[in-house]
Design a protein around this ligand. Structure first.
Ligand SMILES: Cc1cc2nc3c(=O)[nH]c(=O)nc-3n(C[C@H](O)[C@H](O)[C@H](O)COP(=O)(O)O)c2cc1C
Length: 164
């Protein structure tokens, strides 16, 4: 099985999860980088609006998934849904026939059911098999480190390896 992590992160929390998961699983990771840098409060407000409208953003490069069997897609929760860079990835990358896990970081306690439903719908429509969304809560004002993420991502890695 070839695994690949593809992740978008604006302020670093989801990237910390990705690195931590990558360390546990010893697999490749690809960071989606937007062409236009988001900054400050304006970046926050625009990001929320774009996410809620399902907007796509230009990303510098997209990953090659030709050898990937199991995709692990990481993102922050924005306005209860996928951020624009993830919308672009989901529209443009071929995930047909792939197993797909996702993980998100978020501030709130709720279980991201809306995000899970959306990912399941989009992945299925594109011919992939959506298996599970892992959620990590990062309280407001906290910056997640790779070490902080370690215990939880270890469990994610076990579940992904087990194929469940
Ligand atoms: C534009 C924007 C919208 C957000 N919307 C939500 C939200 O709807 N629910 C939530 O729990 N957290 C929300 N957050 C908080 C992020 O999901 C959280 O801080 C996440 O850990 C950030 O990940 P990152 O550091 O990888 O960018 C939002 C953050 C941003 C910037």
């Amino acid at each position: 099985m070839n695994y690949k992590i593809v992740v978008y992160s604006w302020t670093g929390n989801t990237a910390a999860c990705a690195v931590s998961l990558q360390n546990h699983m010893d697999i490749d990771a690809f960071l989606l980088v937007e062409e236009k840098e988001r900054r400050g409060n304006q970046g926050f407000a625009l990001g929320g609006t774009q996410a809620s409208l399902g907007v796509k953003s230009k990303v510098k490069e997209l990953p090659d998934l030709s050898d990937t069997d199991v995709l692990i897609l990481g993102m922050p929760l924005w306005a209860g849904t996928t951020p624009p860079a993830i919308n672009t990835f989901l529209q443009q990358c071929d995930i047909n026939g792939k197993k797909v896990y996702a993980f998100c970081t978020q501030q709130s306690r709720d279980a991201s059911k809306k995000l899970e439903r959306k990912l399941s719908r989009v992945v299925t429509k594109k011919g992939g098999a959506f298996l599970h969304l892992f959620v990590m809560r990062v309280p407001h004002g906290k910056q997640l480190s790779v070490e902080d993420a370690g215990k939880i991502t270890e469990k994610w890695a076990e579940r992904i390896r087990a194929g469940g």
